[in-house]
Design a protein around this ligand. Sequence first.
Ligand code: UD1
Length: 379
Amino acid sequence: MSAVLGVEAAGEETSPLIDIIAGARPNFMKVAPIIRALEARRAAGSPLRWRLVHTGQHYDEKMSGEFFRQLDIPPPHVNLEAGSGSQAAQTASIMLRYEELLLERPASVCLVVGDVTSTMACAITAQKLTIPVAHVEGGIRSGDWTMPEEINRLVTDAITNWFFTTSEVANANLRRAGVEGGRIFFVGNTMIDTLLANLHRTRPPAWWDAQGLVPQGYDVLTLHRPANVDDPEVLTRLLAAVASGAGDRPVVFPAHPRTRKMLARIKALPSALRVVDPQPYLEFVHLVRHARAVVTDSGGITEETTVLGIPCLTLRDSTERPETVTVGTNELIGTDPRALAPAYARLNAGGWKKGTTPELWDGRTGARIAEQLERLLLR
Ligand code: UD1
């Protein structure tokens, strides 16, 4: 990357400024390739400027700081330090602080990624100040309005000018909602850019040997959705079903802060479970790519397992990423613990589908987005 990043270059204040919004853990992998691609274009003479705005929704070292370092994301130009709170409190805090920034130092476009609270809050704030919004990963839908992420997607997409999409399904969803084709850009998946760019750097966590882990000899579990973790009885039943399905294998369980709080209230955890802190990116991908299988309620992880060809059992009833099921290695098991046994039986018998990689998930999505932004902003 060049020495002078994004917005700091002098003498070019009139060229378009892109606000890149990052708020929560899954955003960081998505913005890294876009920043890299914009910097590459700047090095080649592009006048586009960018400003990285961290909302502060995730603030822990383990949920944020480590990701910036490992993915070589430059320090944010601005940190709104919005912090934790209810969905409404967090949204309000991000909106107030981002509005203040935009009023003082306006941007030409607000680029948001994914479906977290920061995505929606910044999109609303910008559009109300008549600043156009670009949404990376626009158009995906689970249809489940009980998930805060689905509300964030619906609201964000209703006021987005330009959609950068990951799949033809997303394109079709947008067209069905009345979005004209000229505003939809099918570019692929920036999270997969990051995955492919870092595969050669992944490394085992320091405790790999002490836990007796060997490739394909363990499963990985992640859970953080309120429906799965907020009720200790539901969580206890799910954990028992996972441990029983895994048989003698260890189940490595990097626990999200929200889940950790609930685990503290469960008296006896199954002995197969190896509860560890949220892992940094390079260690987490190492764990996933060498696992026998992954059990999760995340959306992004189903994309990564699809590209890595690792069997993925999703503890949800719906997905906004259907290509991970139709093309990839993912299967929706639902949230009833009893549904896990038959799925594990197939996995244990070696009968899991192989899957292939969805279209345009090729590591070049950031470059496509940067190129398109230049066309849109310099025309
Ligand atoms: C958020 C995203 C979700 C994403 C997930 C990944 C929304 C609506 N949800 O959910 O899509 O998959 O991040 O992690 O935006 N906390 C910490 N340290 C932190 C951040 C949070 O301890 O750095 C605690 C909070 O205090 C809170 C809990 O974790 O108790 C939940 O955090 P929150 O940002 O509200 O949502 P997530 O569940 O992380």
